[in-house]
Design a protein around this ligand. Structure first.
Ligand SMILES: [Zn+2]
Length: 724
């Protein structure tokens, strides 16, 4: 049943960097036309709805046309509702088989179609698919309401849940029952009519507020420009970035020898790093930091205050003390208190380290003869100067050692040594784009395990970032189904004879997404709803982040990082520099991330009626309470904290660090034995990767490690132990 939720949230999409906005949970209850007319002609010859007569049953991308999607999705919705009606019409008393397992099977066609559609609309969209996405969103959410707010259906699920102890269910069946029951409760199925009506109103207002927040932010971001007319103010900005800024100035209609900088990170960050002009740095820094807080028409303060109040009210309707209590009760952390406990442990050493970093920057600034203390707009500039002075590491010089297929083969080789998996290219499989590669993945015993697609290069039809999704999830209910997984990236495409040379960070992203893919491919559960990456937000990044650890190990770098022309392995000198600089500037990175995590929780632990007054004052008070230094601002200030006010991360921004505690401690298990210890790898596969969401995260972790995770490995990785 959970895969219905997944469907609406765009189908098992797992993101890297996770800057992506997902929808407000349960808030997409816009009124939709419930009349869905099936167009018989569009259905009959529609390859999406036909039997997929392809190797391994992969989607027939070569036969699918844009106009097939909308009718297939609508037919999928119609069939789903009909299947659910049939479950309710069953005159027999509700049983696990005739209700829970029947729900698990219901929606199969819709799931198949929508997984393909949302994957394609992310990786290779056009006006037609984007229009389809817009049209289908309210229809999917109307379907969701029709199912989750249906009293008769909930009555059946609830009846089974009430007798759960006497049903002799397996552990996984019990999990499916409790998760499904919880899904209904959390969607409001248990509320009286009046509360249900209020819930719909709240969800609808939250949906439009969050939309407005995003639009204001876009306006504020696009409106700003910094026009530079003195070449000296660019300092040693790399040539390609100078050219980009000149192009941007032309695009904005400036007919002069000048350069335009914007508030997009790829534009503002290099400017802050390279420009020696403090006044200009201050201008662009404040332009960025004040978005949504300029007391103008695009100001976001009133909107976000209203959203905080509505979320607190909704939490109270659901019987929770606050929105954070509501959200976290479904996460691994369980309560805000446990999240605060984690943050508080890391905060002290992090802020201490940031103060140390500030002292080094101050020294460098003094040496420049500037008679002032370091300000926010100085931080990145002097950080780069200190980095160069200390490590002499030129990121660009590394690229020739990170040719994209070499990195891919490095990730595959790590999976071979850990789990015995092997990979064979399958050029015969249909793809959604010619750049997409397909592999058959075999288990250690040579049996078929999965199909893995990898779509590497940036193009206009692809959205930004990197992510994984499942075109088909593993399950065993009603016959073995093997997974079909995709990884998607935005790396530079090869030009002429020059292959795609990616950065060290991109190589890390490759291993990260491949970690999500392993989670999907090595899944071994009965029910689809519990398989692969169907895990809570504060757990899902654990299997992916952990793979990044192998990438950075000298032994692994020597395995795959070879010069694309000479085949020379990466020189020891470079490896030494990479290792030496790994902990550089971690105080800043940790503090700005954590400040935003605290801010998120402070807003969302308020109880109804949550009146926060002026959000600017609220934010200042929150930052004073943790002792943030004024040279650093939260990674997202309130007015542009899109993750929590126009995305799906409210009360969940802490999740990256929670997952990092797990990944750092888990990797330690390998460090204690050996990097490729097969026994440890087998345990990791059995207790973590294979289990998906079929057991609570902490139970899985303890089964793997024999104890709860320790925070020490994370502190050490970030250079925050006492000995540093
Ligand atoms: Zn990820």
């Amino acid at each position: 049943m959970k895969h219905f939720l997944g469907l609406i949230m765009a189908s098992g999409l797992v993101l890297a960097g996770c800057e992506q906005a997902t929808q407000e949970p349960g808030s997409e209850a816009t009124e939709a036309d419930s009349e869905i007319a099936a167009d018989d002609v569009a259905i009959a010859g529609n390859p999406l709805l036909a039997e997929w007569d392809t190797p391994f049953g992969v989607p027939p991308f070569d036969l699918i046309e844009d106009e097939h999607y909308l009718p297939a999705l609508r037919e999928g919705i119609r069939r789903t509702l009909a299947e659910v009606d049939e479950i309710m019409a069953n005159p027999d008393a509700a049983t696990f088989a005739n209700t829970l397992e029947a729900l698990e099977t219901a929606g199969g066609d819709l799931s198949r179609v929508s997984r393909v559609f949302f994957a394609v609309n992310s990786a290779h969209s056009n006006d037609s698919t984007r229009e389809t996405a817009k049209v289908i969103a309210p229809e999917l959410s109307a379907m969701r309401d029709a199912i989750f707010l249906n009293e008769d259906l909930f009555a059946r699920v609830n009846a089974i849940y009430e007798q759960r102890e006497s049903l002799d269910l397996s552990a996984e069946q019990m999990r499916l029952l409790s998760e499904s029951h919880k899904g209904f409760i959390r969607s409001g199925a248990n509320l009286d009519e009046k509360s249900k009506e209020r819930l719909k109103e709240i969800n609808s207002e939250l949906a439009s507020s969050s939309q407005q927040f995003g639009e204001n932010l876009l306006d504020e971001t696009n409106e700003f420009e910094l026009l530079v007319s003195d070449r000296a103010d660019l300092g040693r900005l790399p040539g390609n970035l100078v050219a980009l800024a000149a192009e941007e100035a032309k695009r904005r209609g400036h007919d002069c020898e000048c350069w335009a900088f914007t508030l997009q990170r790829p534009s503002i960050n290099p400017f802050l790093e390279y420009s020696p002009n403090r006044e200009l740095r201050e201008q662009i820094y404040l332009g960025y930091a004040m978005r949504g807080d300029n007391d103008n028409a695009a100001d976001n303060k009133e909107i976000l205050a209203r959203m905080v109040a509505l979320r607190a009210e909704r939490a109270q309707l659901m019987g929770y003390a606050s929105h954070a209590h509501f959200v976290l009760s479904d996460n691994m952390a369980e309560t805000p208190e446990r999240v605060y406990a984690l943050l508080d442990q890391v905060w002290k050493p992090a802020i201490a380290l940031a103060r140390k970093e500030r002292a080094a920057l101050q020294e460098m600034m003094d040496a420049d003869g500037i008679d002032d203390r370091v300000r926010g707009w100085d931080w990145r500039h002097y950080t780069e100067k200190v980095r160069k002075a200390r490590y002499e590491l030129d990121q660009e010089a590394l690229r020739p050692y990170f040719e994209v297929t070499a990195v891919r083969d490095g990730a595959f080789a790590v999976a071979t040594r850990l789990f015995g998996l092997t990979f064979a290219a399958r050029d015969d499989l249909p793809t959604w784009h010619p750049d997409q590669e397909a592999f058959e993945v075999f288990d250690a015993d040579g049996s078929h395990l999965a199909i893995l697609y990898m779509d590497w290069f940036a193009r206009e039809s692809k959205r930004g970032g990197a992510w994984m999704n499942a075109l088909r999830s593993q399950q065993k209910f009603g016959g073995d189904v093997s997974p079909i997984i995709t990884n998607n990236f935005n790396f530079p495409a090869p030009i002429g004879d020059t292959p795609s040379l990616i950065s060290y960070g991109d190589a890390s992203t490759t291993f990260h997404e491949f970690g999500h893919a392993l989670n999907g491919m090595l899944s071994d559960v009965t029910y689809e709803s519990l398989s692969g990456t169907s895990t809570p937000r504060d757990f899902v990044e654990f299997p992916s982040q952990v793979m990044e650890n192998w990438m950075g190990e000298p032994e692994v770098l020597r395995m795959f990082a070879k010069h694309y022309e000479t085949g020379e392995p990466i020189p020891q000198e470079f490896i030494d520099k990479i290792v030496a600089s790994a902990k550089f500037n971690q105080g800043f990175a940790t503090v700005e991330y954590m400040a935003a995590s605290y801010l998120d929780l402070n807003y969302h632990t308020l109880s109804h009626p949550a009146e926060i007054g002026d959000p600017r004052e609220f934010e200042i008070a929150a930052m004073e309470a943790i002792g943030l230094i004024e040279e650093i601002i939260p990674r997202y200030r309130s007015g542009y904290f899109a993750h929590i006010f126009s995305g799906g991360y409210s009360s969940g921004y802490y999740g990256y660090m929670w997952s990092e505690v797990l990944d750092a401690d888990a990797f330690q298990a390998f460090k204690e034995t050996s990097l490729f210890d097969r026994e440890t790898a087998a345990k990791f596969r059995k207790h973590i990767l294979a289990k998906g969401g079929s057991e609570p995260g902490m139970d899985l972790y303890v089964a793997f490690r024999g104890r709860e995770p320790s925070i020490e490995p994370l502190l050490e990785r970030r250079g925050m132990t006492d000995s540093e």
